[in-house]
Design a protein around this ligand. Structure first.
Ligand code: URA
Length: 482
């Protein structure tokens, strides 16, 4: 019996699967509406260990899709919960339920970063996102002949319950191939039309060594730039546990060992090259070209349907600074280049005042397609939503991964969200640099469009001066790092 709250036994909620957000949401909604305190619920997963203290679900509280919620939760909570639910931490369902109850009482509870519960759940979600990132990056397919053609099969061991969560990514990326991803918990299979599942497998079920492996090795060796070897960052980004399943890692030791010699050769060769050619490693250039071409056909979200074209980043690939804006505007969409409209002009002027030569920097956007609403014939800027930002994040990460700038600058909240995965308050965030998940340094400042919109002249002047101050700090930092 409980000391506070309704006089009921502890309720045991059994979810059908470890990653079943919908089942958790339906159950949690029913419980929250019935006023059941978090301490009165025990969460478990079908087939999981039975809980010694669990009672039965009282029939009147039996969770299920009820008539709909009588209270709304912020979209940010749904996104957070969808990630955190995939964590391997058994307590996650209970933690999320406790947070849901908090939100029921206070819609803004999520904004309280000092709250240990919010902090804990943010951390879980972050770890899941990182695991997802690793899976996107480190799954390696081997080619297997099967009746009617070829199947590409990969073995992967995620830390969390993310396989279903990542399936959409692989479907989009390898739509025309037949593939299977085998993992200890669950396997997913794509036949070009539908996605199916089968129970978990073992490493022995996955093939080893084939022509795809050779292709990967060649590709990896060709993009490996010895001048950019950062062994610590590399092992952080590509933890050793993944190495055994990745053909290219067999090359790593040799590549690192040869890196110094190759770097010396490159330096010598680049000294003999015309400056424009020597400004970026040829391999980085080739990879960037391929990336930009791939982005030109991006359909990761719906924004490509109405925009004229993908507006990819531009600038030297050995830039020390990457600026990340929000999304292309009307003029950028037509011209296919970032920051050339009114916001771009203000940006250029501020850069000049701060002593930064834009042509030495790389400028890109968090979202690569223009989002707008039509008002008459005018296309009016519309803010990208979180799903669109998240869908587009991959490109920004690839750009940064190739360029490896000393400093990345988020211009405004959308860029900050794309880079950090968090919703930040610019006034606070602009005061000190942040460390990104890949170890990169990130500075946050306002978006130039914000400065265009300030109606009061005095305030506009002050805010512009602050923007220039931020840019100056960034310039000094880059000089210091060099
Ligand atoms: N605003 C942005 O964020 N990016 C652009 O490219 C143009 C305007």
């Amino acid at each position: 019996m409980l000391r506070d709250g309704p006089m009921i036994d502890v309720l045991r909620i059994t979810l059908p699967a470890e990653d079943d957000f919908e089942a958790w949401r339906d159950a949690a909604r029913g419980l929250a509406e019935a006023g059941v305190p978090a301490s009165a619920v025990v969460w478990q997963v079908e087939g999981g260990d039975a809980d010694l203290f669990g009672g039965d679900v009282a029939p009147e509280l039996n969770p299920g899709p009820g008539p709909g919620p009588s209270f709304a939760v912020p979209r940010g909570f749904v996104d957070l919960a969808k990630s955190a639910i995939c964590h391997s931490e058994p307590e996650r369902f209970a933690l999320l339920y406790a947070l849901l109850l908090k939100l029921k009482g206070n819609k803004r509870a999520l904004e309280d970063r000092a709250d240990p519960l919010v902090d804990r759940i943010e951390k879980l979600a972050k770890e899941v996102r990182r695991d997802v990132h690793k899976m996107h990056a480190f799954v390696r397919f081997r080619e297997v002949a099967e009746e009617g053609g070829t199947r590409f099969v990969a073995w992967f061991e995620p830390d969390h319950h993310i396989v279903r969560h990542t399936a959409g990514f692989f479907v989009r990326r390898f739509t025309t191939m037949r593939w299977s991803i085998l993992t200890p918990e669950v396997c997913i299979h794509w036949d070009g039309v539908s996605l199916t599942e089968s129970p978990g497998a073992t490493r022995a079920d996955a093939p080893n060594g084939d022509p795809v492996e050779e292709t990967w090795k060649t590709y990896y060796a060709s993009i490996f730039n010895p001048a950019r070897v950062k062994i610590k960052a590399m092992t952080k980004e590509m933890p050793k546990k993944y190495w055994k399943n990745m053909p290219e890692t067999a090359l790593v030791a040799g590549l690192i060992a040869g890196a110094q010699a190759r770097e010396a050769v490159m330096i010598e060769a680049s000294a003999a090259m015309p400056k424009a050619q020597a400004s970026a490693g040829d391999n980085v250039q080739l990879s960037w070209d391929a990336l930009r071409d791939e982005a030109a056909g991006c359909t990761r979200c719906e924004l490509h349907r109405c925009a004229t074209q993908t507006v990819f980043g531009e600038g030297p690939l050995d830039a020390k600074i990457i600026f990340v804006g929000e999304q292309p505007g009307d003029q950028e969409d037509l011209a296919g280049r970032p920051f050339i409209g009114p916001a771009g002009q203000l940006f250029d002027a501020a850069l000049e005042k701060a002593g930064i030569d834009r042509s030495t920097t790389y400028v890109t956007n968090a979202v690569k397609h223009f989002k707008f609403v039509l008002r008459g014939k005018q296309r009016i800027h519309a803010r990208p939503d979180i799903a669109e930002i998240d869908a587009c994040r991959w490109w920004q990460e690839q750009e940064r991964g190739l360029i490896r700038p000393a400093v990345t600058v988020a211009l405004g909240a959308t860029a900050a969200r794309s880079l950090t995965g968090k919703t930040l308050t610019i006034t606070k965030a602009r005061e000190a640099p942040l460390v990104l998940a890949d170890g990169g340094e990130c500075w946050v400042t306002v978006h130039p469009s914000y400065l265009l919109r300030i109606p009061d002249e005095q305030r506009r002047r002050e805010e512009r001066a602050l923007f220039v101050r931020d840019l100056m700090r960034i310039r000094e930092r880059v000089v210091g790092l060099a």
